[in-house]
Design a protein around this ligand. Structure first.
Ligand code: C2E
Ligand code: MG
Ligand code: MG
Length: 512
């Protein structure tokens, strides 16, 4: 288009440039129409109007995209938050906890500070859940979460690992401060929790691990966990700081567990027998079978080093079965080879888990019959704590065993909680008084009174007392003077292998 005089109108170039600018996205650019108001100006004004419209549509679109993006981001953040928090308590979960530990360890590399992880496990939560229901359990967990949060700074992380296990990550504090916090938490958890009309306690065993920059984050959790188990082993409701020795102990346990699995099959187990003696005559009224493990490499291992592990891993059931079969078979052999000596009863120790064996009664009955041993010749030693916490399933088995005619004995009496009224309700006929009660018997008059009272208590409950751990003639004489009829201990005989124990019985009755 020309201006009519053959000369190109400069507005045309301006128009082309303007359209190119708009096309390149500069929607804010406008052209100025000339005062002439001709066709070209009309096009310029039209293009300006179009640009205006376009600009409006664009900004509206941009705003909508921004809004949608914001909503999406928020939803994603909420999802992430949900994936990293515990729904019940609102605390961090394991994933977030691990992230926080990683961050803390990285930060401590820069700052030279330490990072602490506390692992907490409630001591009696299962009981609350079982007796009051899961709703009550949830109330307790939420309250514990609240107390934990209030015991630490906002910058520290509190997490629920699942069930009744919690963890806390503390940064920027000294070792002393961290231990102080751990004890403060422990104290906070001593207070009772109200659940409707009920009052319950949610005390915890707490393990603490403190790491500096080089500590692998996953080891920090593992070691706090090990310390927590140590706290449980120390009687619960306490705080333990991780020490490398604890790790060695865990490895040792794992090794023992693995090797114990094959000990029965490899014939590495044996029984020793220790006489239960009538104090006045020296005559054996019983023989207690005590388990020994002859390890091919490490030699003799005593039960205190493996019974607890066997109980915790469930292996005790297999061990107990072996003890029952071997002990009763041995009694059967003695009946044949030395009938003059075998007036004694055979005592076997039974762990809590064995009482839950459905086939225990049947196994005992069959084993006795197979070896031609009368049920009255067998006594099962069960610790006081096991008897007191027995449930209906155990009660049924105990009743069945008693009906069969097997004797029942309370072992380690005096180490747990015993009340007089309770003693009378325990399904037992004899009570073995724990050796710790007579340790200071000869030197401590107070202890003499105490043991005398215990002996009277047992007799008042219609039970017979056997005192274990008698090591000296003085102790034996003192106990006899107190009216105690039966005893057991190194003074009379060490636990002996079966081929030696009958000779010992003979010399005992000759000696006294
Ligand atoms: P327990 O049933 O109370 O057995 C008595 C323990 O005291 C035995 O230790 C015995 O050797 C020891 N002892 C006996 N007289 C004396 C003494 O005069 N002084 C001292 N200081 N100790 C004495 P042992 O054989 O090491 O057994 C330890 C525990 O292991 C037993 O305590 C029992 O709870 C458990 N145990 C042993 N054998 C078995 C078993 O076959 N099954 C189960 N479930 N537990 C067993
Ligand atoms: Mg015993
Ligand atoms: Mg005992």
């Amino acid at each position: 288009m020309s201006a009519g005089n053959g000369v190109e109108d400069p507005r045309l170039q301006q128009l082309v440039d303007g359209i190119v600018r708009l096309a390149s996205g500069a929607l804010g650019s406008r052209m100025t129409p000339s005062p002439r108001g001709d066709d070209i100006d009309a096009v310029i004004t039209g293009v300006n109007l179009l640009a205006e419209e376009l600009e409006y549509i664009y900004s509206d679109l941009e705003q909508r995209v921004a809004d949608r993006t914001f909503m999406l981001q928020r939803a994603q953040a909420e999802l992430e938050e949900m994936a990293k928090t515990d729904a019940l308590t609102g605390l961090a979960n394991r994933i977030l906890l691990n992230e926080r530990i990683q961050e803390a360890i990285l930060a401590s590399a820069d700052s030279g500070t330490i990072t602490a992880v506390l692992v907490l496990d409630l001591d009696s939560f299962k009981g609350i859940n079982d007796s009051l229901g899961h709703g009550a359990g949830d109330i307790v967990l939420v309250e514990v979460a609240r107390r934990l949060r209030s015991s630490v700074r906002a910058t520290d992380t509190v997490a629920r690992l699942g069930g009744d296990e919690f963890a806390v990550v503390i940064t920027g504090s000294s070792t002393d401060e961290i231990l102080l916090i751990a004890h403060r938490i422990s104290e906070q958890l001593q207070d009772s929790v109200r659940v409707g009309p009920e009052t319950v306690w949610a005390m915890a065993s707490i393990g603490v691990c403190i790491g500096s920059s080089g500590y692998p984050p996953e080891a920090l959790m593992r070691d706090a966990d090990i310390a927590m188990y140590q706290a449980k082993a120390q009687g619960r409701n306490n705080v333990q700081l991780f020490h490398p020795d604890m790790l060695a102990a865990v490895r040792e346990r794992l090794r023992i567990t693995a090797e114990l699995h094959s000990a029965v099959a490899n014939g590495e187990l044996a029984l020793c027998y220790q006489p239960v003696v009538e104090l006045a005559s020296g005559k054996a009224i019983g023989l207690e079978a005590l388990l020994r493990w002859h390890h091919p490499v490490r030699g003799l291992i005593m039960p205190d080093s493996f019974i607890r592990i066997a109980e915790e891993t469930g292996l005790i059931v297999e061990l107990g079965q072996w003890v029952l079969h071997e002990g009763v078979a041995q009694l059967g052999r003695w009946n044949e080879t030395a009938p003059d000596l075998t007036g004694f009863r055979l005592h076997l120790n039974l762990s809590a888990a064995e009482l839950l064996r459905r086939d225990l009664l049947e196994d005992v009955r069959d084993t006795l019959a197979r070896n031609d041993v009368a049920p009255g010749r067998l006594v099962l030693e069960i610790t006081e704590t096991v008897l007191m916490s027995r449930g209906t399933a155990e009660e049924q088995i105990l009743t069945g065993l008693r009906d069969l005619g097997v004797g029942m004995q309370i072992d380690d009496f005096g180490t747990g909680y015993s009340s007089i009224s309770y003693l009378r309700t325990l399904p037992a006929d004899t009570v073995k008084v724990d050796h710790t009660l007579i340790d200071d018997l000869v030197s401590d008059p107070q202890q003499q009174k105490f043991v005398a009272a215990i002996l009277q208590l047992i007799s008042a409950a219609g039970l017979k007392a056997i005192v274990e751990g008698i090591e000296t003639a003085e102790q034996a004489a003192q106990l006899e003077a107190m009216g105690c009829l039966y005893g057991q201990g190194f003074y009379y005989s060490y636990p002996l292998p079966p081929e030696e124990v009958l000779d010992q019985l003979r010399s005992l009755s000759e000696r006294l």
